[in-house]
Design a protein around this ligand. Structure first.
Ligand code: F6R
Length: 613
């Protein structure tokens, strides 16, 4: 949430900063701004709206200088407008600051600062930081910018990823982090900072992940990292693990469509070198050192948010089936403020695409503080959740830029299946023969996903009908109930059509009252264990003249008698139907949103990587 980019070096500032902002636009897009320092003077521009508005505003302006910062915002405090956009300044405009996170005690700080004659011009929490830093700079003779930032941050409760420039400290960026990600890009005679490495990946592949409570000073020729308690740190320079073309659209109209189509590859990548059907083996390097913990685990708690939470719901069934121990799935935002009872042998698994979701991070910290073993299933390499878990497995799905999560979901389910299989074998609850069959089938899934993607034309036709409705109901049972939730979430978040996911049999306990011509029903009815039960639910909808889109297994032609529309998916094992059934629902949402002329990759009010609670 909120994208930050900063640069110190000889390249034209405007190009580097605006290029970086464009790469980070998925993190927020309600307003944007840029500030540069040239010869001890600051220049600042900020506008409401998307980054294009900022581009238009600064076209033709000379924004050359030695250092600069830029920000794309997802509003928390104060509506999106020119004033509330970042960068923010203090009273005398000597410094400029960009911030991601929330200053929780901003109200108290603002009151104190007002009493000390500071004048505020915005409704943001961030502005107090600018005034505090300014005050510390002015109160201490010869005080360095890093010392002023450090002193200011000692007064602050909350989360921050921030970058500050000051006209009296030319050529310098001061960067600090608590709870909101920041990555330093190390170049030759130039250095960068960004909310993630995509902001500067075309210039350098050497990066340093700033850790919580660290502060860095960056110039074009140097960088140093210390703690907020002023202890020196020796940062590790790592390398970006993905290629530049992975963060480009590659000929697709939207990132979401590209990411949907990447799934045969990303599902394969998430099991590459890990799954050995002939040896009946699952090798997950990240979990090798904790096999004893997995083997003796007596209970699993999954925690996540949004789409990742849906992947955990699928995992619950997988783990109950293969591992035969109790499994709970918790919304991280609820779990973090609960008083969970951790019985001996409890293992917590945090699932997150970004690895930065604030609630998921807080949930895992809660468990960790109680001495619970905490594992992660994360996509973004080096992210905070990846670093704070005791062990874990990466998805290897590559960067996911579309705000609506697609390929992360299928990779999460694939990886979670592998962990369940591994645990089943370690515990002896899954026979070798059954495991072998499941492993052979998992390797066939990429090809099966490919065949669904080939049905796009018929899905576009169905989407044109759905694009005109105001409501939709998604139903599934067993393994496919979470897919119903995920299908409904995809539709509402990018097309703004109200949609609900329900366990199919629950429909008659309430939602059935809603069924009419304006409320099509999507029913997941693959040929699994509960197929006949789902058919009864379809009959109940037909009896009320509802229009029904059925996702059924290839070869099931009789279903056409009951359905208005049918999408076929290949046959697989019950436990893998979610990986196939979700694909047409992703495509449906995408094409509905396109038909309604919605901004697919940047849906209103949303942003990727929810780093505030
Ligand atoms: C929906 C979506 C969100 C995320 C959620 C968790 O399409 O993208 O619901 O799934 O914000 O994000 P991560 O997985 O990054 O923790």
């Amino acid at each position: 949430m909120c994208g930050i980019v900063g640069y110190a070096g000889p390249r034209p500032l405007k190009g580097v900063l605006m290029g970086g902002l464009r790469r980070l636009e998925y993190r927020g897009y309600d307003s944007a701004g840029i500030a540069i320092e040239r010869d001890g003077e600051l220049q600042l521009v900020k506008v409401t709206g998307k980054i294009q508005e900022l581009e238009n505003r600064i076209a033709g302006m000379d924004l050359s200088g030695s250092v600069g910062i830029a920000h794309t915002r997802w509003a928390t405090h104060g509506e999106p407008n020119d004033l509330n956009a970042h960068p923010h300044t203090g009273c005398d405009d000597r410094l400029a600051l960009v911030h991601n996170g929330i200053i929780e005690n901003y109200h108290a700080l603002r009151t104190l600062l007002l009493e000390r004659d500071h004048r505020f011009t915005t409704e943001t929490d961030t502005e107090v930081l600018a005034h505090l830093i300014e005050e510390h700079l002015e109160n201490g003779k010869d005080r360095t910018l890093e010392d002023a930032v450090r002193l200011a941050l000692q007064e602050v409760d909350g989360t921050f990823g921030l970058v500050v420039i000051d006209q009296h400290h030319p050529g310098k960026l001061v960067v600090a982090r608590r709870g909101s990600p920041l990555v330093i890009g190390v170049g030759e005679n130039e250095n960068f900072v960004g909310s993630d490495a995509s902001a500067f990946a075309e210039y350098t592949r050497d990066i340093i992940y700033l850790k919580d409570d660290e502060i860095a000073t960056i110039t074009s020729s140097d960088y140093s990292v210390r703690t907020l308690q002023d202890e020196a740190r020796d940062p590790v320079v790592e390398e970006i693990t993905w290629e530049l073309d992975q963060i480009e659209k590659g000929g697709f109209d939207h990132f979401m469509l590209k990411e949907i189509h990447e799934q045969p590859q990303t599902v394969e990548d998430s099991m590459r070198g890990r799954v050995f059907p002939d040896q009946c083996e699952v090798k997950l390097g990240g979990l090798e050192d904790v096999h004893d913990i997995l083997a003796s685990a007596e209970r699993i708690i999954f925690t996540a948010c949004g789409t990742s939470w849906h992947a955990c719901l699928v995992a619950r069934r997988l783990f109950e089936d293969f591992v035969r121990i109790p499994v709970e799935v918790e919304y991280a935002s609820e779990f973090r403020y609960s008083r969970p009872v951790f019985t001996p042998g409890t293992v917590l698994i945090a699932v997150s695409q970004s690895g930065e979701t604030a609630d998921t991070l807080a949930a895992l910290r809660l468990a960790k503080d109680e001495g619970i073993s905490v594992f992660g299933v994360v996509n973004v390499v080096g992210s905070t959740i990846a670093r704070e878990t005791d062990a874990g497995v990466y998805l290897h799905a590559g960067p996911e830029i579309g705000v609506a999560s697609t390929k992360a979901f299928t990779s999460q389910v694939t990886v979670l299946s592998q962990i369940a299989l591994l645990m089943g074998r370690l515990k002896g609850t899954l026979s070798k023969k059954r495991c072998e069959g499941i492993l052979h089938e998992i390797t066939r899934l990429p090809e099966k996903i490919r065949t669904i993607l080939n049905q796009t034309d018929s899905i576009i036709e169905i989407a044109s009908v759905f694009s005109k409705v105001n409501n939709a109901l998604y139903l599934g049972r067993g393994y496919n109930f979470p897919v119903a939730l995920e299908g409904a979430l995809k539709l509402k978040e990018i097309s703004y059509i109200h949609a609900e996911g329900y366990p199919a049999a629950e429909m008659k306990h309430g939602p059935i009252a809603l069924i009419d011509d304006d409320m099509p029903v999507v029913v997941l009815a693959p040929g699994d264990q509960v197929y006949q039960k789902v058919i009864s639910n379809i009959e109940e909808i037909r009896a009320r003249k509802g229009r029904i889109l059925v996702v059924a297994t290839e070869g099931n032609e009789t279903i056409r008698e009951l359905a208005t529309w049918v999408i076929h998916i290949p046959k697989t094992l019950d436990c893998f139907y979610p990986l196939l059934a979700v694909i047409p629902l992703q495509l449906l949402s995408y094409y509905v949103a396109v038909a309604r002329d919605c901004n697919v990759d940047q849906p209103r009010n949303l942003a990727k990587s929810v780093t505030v609670e």
